[in-house]
Ligand binder design. Sequence first.
Ligand SMILES: NC(=O)c1ccc[n+]([C@@H]2O[C@H](COP(=O)([O-])OP(=O)(O)OC[C@H]3O[C@@H](n4cnc5c(N)ncnc54)[C@H](OP(=O)(O)O)[C@@H]3O)[C@@H](O)[C@H]2O)c1
Length: 335
Amino acid sequence: MSNQAAVLEEAKSALTVKSLSIPKPGPSDLLVKNHAVSTCPVDWKMRDYDFAIEKYPTILGSDIAGTIEAVGSSVTGFSAGDRVTGFADVILSKDARNGAFQQYTILKDCAATKLPAATTFEQACILPMSVATAGVGMFVCMDIPRPPTQSSGGFLVWGGSSSVGTAAIQIAKILGFTVFTTSSPRHHEYLKALGAESCFNYSDSSVVDNIVNAAKASGQKITAAFDAVSENPSLPAAILEAFGGGKLCLTVAYPEDAKKPAGVEISNIVAARVAGDQKDFGKWLFGEWLATALTNGTYVPSPAIEKVDGGLGALQKALDTHKKGLSGKKLVLTI
Ligand SMILES: NC(=O)c1ccc[n+]([C@@H]2O[C@H](COP(=O)([O-])OP(=O)(O)OC[C@H]3O[C@@H](n4cnc5c(N)ncnc54)[C@H](OP(=O)(O)O)[C@@H]3O)[C@@H](O)[C@H]2O)c1
């Protein structure tokens, strides 16, 4: 038996499908046979900009869902045959065995979730990167108390229709916040169904005033903001400033040369921390919270899925499509 993989042989090259050997799990690893994988923006950034890669050949990808083939000697709570999703952490470990874009991935047990029978692999594979990013941003960077503790007040999610934004909306709503978000108008109804209270068009030149006025009119103060896209973080920062300051967490660092807003505490997310210095948090987020939330239906895979035919051989094209820009959807490939 072999392991077919979409391999990045050298910097800034195309992915090519190769036959490799099946990796063996270390003590706290899961060997997962992937059934579906999804693309993330960082995949094409790594491919095209030689970003966050230390050695070649390598295997990209963070989002997988599949069946456990074998578990390491110190793993508890998972067994061969379990259906799981999880964060494939090649971006942090620099080890190609941890990449998503292959038939068999080595997953760390701190970043894996057992799936309820009703969740398909195609639905599940869009969860890991978005949940890790929203989770690290809100619970680690912004230090928001974990459930069952409930929060209150206004919470801004900028870029709500992005994959990460939909996760942040759902988690903020579950935590008890009143969620204000931005996206293109065509996604507003969907984002309300996920838990947003009010949606605004980020292309509107008065979007900052519109959000501030709407929050004030509803008696809400916005002192926490999650910028899922971070293309222009001065806009969510201006909203916090209008309420006297607060916490802003970003998926892409605040521009060096931009004016820092008064009273706004800025933090930068590194989603892969769930498999690094935040393993205990990752175990809670993936092993407990997400598993329960999927089972009881309080959290649903989001946003919409667009299937790409062709398996591993279609990943090169899928990354090109993602690079051109997606709107309110994730690309999913059945392996
Ligand atoms: N630091 C980390 O650890 C980390 C982790 C994950 C992701 N990221 C980064 O976070 C970003 C989002 O990732 P993703 O996977 O969620 O991306 P994605 O789903 O591919 O993002 C697509 C969405 O971005 C929205 N968008 C585009 N320009 C926008 C703007 N100016 N304002 C608001 N929304 C805008 C679009 O909204 P409409 O269609 O509604 O116009 C679209 O739905 C990427 O840059 C990614 O690399 C960082």
